[in-house]
Design a protein around this ligand. Structure first.
Ligand code: PRX
Length: 647
């Protein structure tokens, strides 16, 4: 498998510090090993016991039913409500008056919300939704900035049993419409806008455009955040603050089957449009709860901050469901890390005394570039654990995070997982695992991960292969919305009995897992998953383009960057103006996050005799590498020479 050959050889090891060991919930290697063995050999006992910590409305009858593989059923017969796991279980306990969120807006406005206050607002919004006819089994789209009302909206949907479908605020109206239509959403919760780098970023106008002519959408609830000018449709739109203040705060949680859908979250795949990853209630909540308990080791006095956006799975599991079910206090921040200055994150860590901090490698690389002097201005001594997620972290960034942010005392938790897995799958545990920079180390409880070859046979130490999971786990996806075939095809067709993650990986001689990036046509730009196909269709939808092939090249900050090789229609002049028009076009079609870093015009694309675009070759060219692959099947070698600039 030449494509997943490993070039990284990292030998540094960092055992958990004495301080980390003293504080951590799990610090005995023997206890950890016993629990891990039990979770693999006897998952029913392990997960059955852990699941009893959740507040079931009716107890479950069985732990796992895998007879309908690849569709798992966890905790059958059990009734539970995710908003009650997050909130109601804390009422009447000392947690009820604890702060759930220390929220900070980009302009510096703040709001501290206790568990009991959050519960009240969730009930009120749930009643507003009910009043508009939204009911159990419906879908509601949320297109919002990072404000507390987004958390309220997620939990209000969960409370009444409507599935939420959060669409990241950086997506375009076009992308939002696609997701609203596919999910069959009947209501949307949004805001007039949100703050980003000092400016209001309008959201409501995008919603208006997205739902134009969509009869199914009868309600749009709008949070007033930026007071930017917006249009109003009195039949459909209502102000959040008006509706909520008039609503009753009495709204009992809907008893949901453990396997009822909790949410849809769209993500990119190799082919076709975005897919609605479907998560259900009991198993997902257990995954979110357990990983927060053991990986982030959440304890009563912790102040936790996950810098992700709720528009991604990380925000779902590690801003909302996991931390709240553990009764912890979280920081939530609306804006950009460099607004109004490059030290904003560290200023917030100091201000709120953050103890656990979770961010993405792309952010860490950006901080490195901005310079040590920014974190250097603030007291970061409250930090005890540092997490990272979203893409492989290069050892240099890992070391910087460890030294500059963690003061060499905080364990680095490099967590590998996916929208599909619902919660963390590979990760060190603080107090237990000796870490190696760049390795996500070992599987979490119940995760039977392996690296296999094309035939599904486990590969030897330091050999590259495909990452698979051999057993079902509670928070695994239950399907792709309305597309059973695509679910089977994407994750289960390659090996039949193993979940195919789509990542290349290796295990070293000590059994550590090293993720080597996607093996499919998914590009990971700043931790955002994009399909090459979607960017290609966006380009081809422009009148001037006849064909395009999109590949990635490595980038020091964003991990990967998008390069689009593009062929124009007859008589169309290329040039910088058209280049930026096409870049803008992709941003309008998908969102700014998909804007190509580079567009290269070409008369033709290199293809095999059967007409397949030779992407590996294009990747080499885009990265400025010598072409190493076999070019003997190329149809017209002069195309290659031209692309390289030899002619
Ligand atoms: O390629 C892996 C990469 O991100 C993909 C999942 O993306 P998404 O569903 O958007 O979820 C991101 C947040 C969970 C994976 O297939 N990835 C995620 N975490 C890591 C990673 N690659 C290497 N190391 C990680 N820690």
């Amino acid at each position: 498998m030449p494509e997943i050959e490993s070039v990284l050889h990292e030998t540094r090891t960092f055992p958990p510090s004495e301080a980390a060991r003293k504080k951590a919930r799990l610090s005995s290697l023997e206890e950890y090993e016993r629990l891990y063995r039990e979770s693999i050999d006897d998952p029913e006992t392990f997960f059955g016991r852990e699941a009893k910590n959740l507040p079931w409305i009716e107890p479950f009858e069985s732990v796992l039913d895998w007879s309908g593989a690849p569709f798992a059923k966890w905790f059958s017969g059990g009734k539970i409500n995710a908003s009650a796991v997050a909130l109601d279980q804390h009422l009447g306990t000392p947690v009820e008056n604890k702060i759930a969120f220390l929220w900070e807006g980009e302009p510096g406005d703040t709001r501290a919300i206790t568990y009991v206050e959050l519960h009240e607002e969730v009930c009120q919004l749930a009643n507003v939704l009910k009043g508009r006819g939204v009911k159990k089994g419906d879908r509601v789209a949320l297109y919002m900035p990072m404000i507390p009302e987004l958390v309220v909206a997620v939990l209000a949907c969960a409370r009444i049993g409507a599935a939420h479908s959060v669409v990241f605020g950086g997506f375009s109206a076009h992308a939002l419409r696609e997701r609203i239509e596919d999910g069959g959403c009947s209501a949307v919760v949004t805001a007039d806008g949100g703050y980003r780098r000092g400016e209001p970023l309008p959201l409501k106008p995008q919603v208006d455009e997205a739902v134009r002519g969509l009869k199914a959408v009868h309600t749009v609830i709008v949070v007033e955040r930026c007071e930017n000018d917006i249009d109003w449709n009195a039949d459909r739109d209502l102000w959040y603050h008006v509706a909520v203040s008039e609503a009753s705060a009495d709204c009992p949680p809907e008893p949901m089957d453990s396997e009822d859908t909790l949410f849809l979250l769209y993500t990119s795949g190799t082919t076709g449009g975005p897919k609605g990853i479907q998560h259900t209630t009991g198993g997902y909540m257990l995954g979110a709860y357990l990983t927060c308990k053991y990986v982030f080791d959440m304890q009563e006095d912790d102040v936790y901050w996950c810098t992700a956006d709720v528009g991604w799975i990380t925000g779902h599991s590690y801003i909302i469901y996991g931390p709240l079910s553990n009764g912890v206090t979280s920081v939530m921040y609306e804006g950009a890390p460099n607004s109004p200055h490059e030290g904003r994150f560290w200023e917030l860590c100091q201000k709120y005394g953050v103890t656990i901090f979770y961010t993405a490698p792309t952010a860490i690389r950006t901080f490195m570039r901005w310079g040590e002097e920014h974190p250097g201005k603030f007291d970061l001594s409250s930090l005890r654990l540092l997490g990272t997620v979203g893409e492989p972290i290069n050892p240099e960034a890992w070391m910087w995070y460890h030294r500059v942010i963690g003061g060499e005392r905080c364990p680095i938790l490099d967590t590998w997982w996916q929208t599909e897995t619902g919660s963390i799958m590979l990760t060190p545990l603080p107090g237990i695992t000796a870490t190696k920079p760049g390795s996500a180390t070992f599987p979490f409880f119940g995760v039977d991960a392996a690296v296999v070859d094309e035939e599904g046979k486990e590969v030897g130490p330091n050999e590259g292969g495909f990452l698979v999971i051999r057993k079902p786990w509670p928070s695994m996806l239950r399907g792709i919305w309305k597309n059973e075939e695509r679910y089977r095809e994407t994750y289960w067709s390659k090996y039949g009995d193993k979940y195919f993650a789509g990542d290349g990986a290796k295990r070293d001689e000590d059994g550590y897992f090293w993720i080597m990036g996607r093996v499919d046509d998914v590009i990971n730009v700043s931790g955002h998953r994009l399909s090459t196909m979607e960017v290609e269709s966006a380009l081809v939808s422009h009148d001037s383009v006849v064909e395009s092939a999109v590949v990635s090249r490595p980038d020091d900050v964003t991990g990967e960057a998008i390069v689009a090789f593009t062929t124009l229609g007859p008589g169309i002049e290329d040039g910088d103006e058209l280049r930026s028009t096409l870049m803008d076009h992709v941003a309008t079609q998908i969102g700014k996050l998909a804007r190509p870093a580079e567009i290269r015009f070409t008369d033709a694309l290199p293809k095999t005799r059967s007409g397949k675009i030779m992407r590996r070759l294009l990747r080499d060219i885009a990265s400025g590498r010598e072409t190493t692959g076999d070019t003997s099947t190329i149809e017209d070698l002069s195309v290659l020479a031209k692309l390289r600039g030899d002619e």
